[in-house]
Design a protein around this ligand. Sequence first.
Ligand code: FE
Length: 135
Amino acid sequence: MTENETNNEEEWKEKLTEEQYRVLRLKGTEKPFTGKHWNNKEKGIYYCAGCGTPLFHSKSKFKSGSGWPSFSAPITDSNINETPDNSLSMRRTEVLCSKCGGHLGHVFDDGPKPTGLRYCMNSISLDFKPNNKED
Ligand code: FE
């Protein structure tokens, strides 16, 4: 087990900001157009804000108009988990970090080709590190 996998909820509360905790651990959603990444066009990598796992390349980011950072595919399928979410009377697919179990957002099937997927993420669940060589 890694250090991240042994974090209990008290440790998460210490490690994360209140809003990060609300989204990552309590499956909250940030208000659209308020996060730090939805309009970011820089090249680089988006990492899990909970544990640092690389999740998305900037090259898979696209303008969705939703107000949340949106991607057509993860860096690698093994770094995320997807699970049915029927809360709020909606049928959605929740996306979680596969390493720490943090809630990232949801994936929808109305994305651009070739994947047709729209990974609709919370900015606050992601840490961005610019890297001009990534694209
Ligand atoms: Fe994580």
